[in-house]
Design a protein. Structure first.
Length: 75
């Protein structure tokens, strides 16, 4: 069984992290992820499981839709 994944927009994640004045390590700690994962996500083109998308959004104090990439061309 394949788990559904969602494309995320690295630029949106980075911008929101900047608005909250968080380092990659701080965001990772809030979301239960490593700072290396945050770096990968911010580079763009990543796909994550729904649970990870929700944890990232919660850590960024936003909706999952705010950081999701909506086109096939992921930033």
């Amino acid at each position: 069984m394949t788990k559904l994944t969602h494309a995320i927009d690295g630029a949106k994640i980075k911008a929101r992290r900047g608005q909250l004045l968080l380092t990659q390590a701080e965001l990772g700690a809030r979301a239960g992820l490593t700072d290396a994962s945050i770096r990968i996500y911010e580079r763009g083109g990543a796909r994550v499981h729904a649970a990870t998308l929700k944890r990232l959004a919660a850590a960024l104090l936003c909706s999952p839709d705010d950081i999701r990439a909506w086109s096939e061309e992921v930033a």
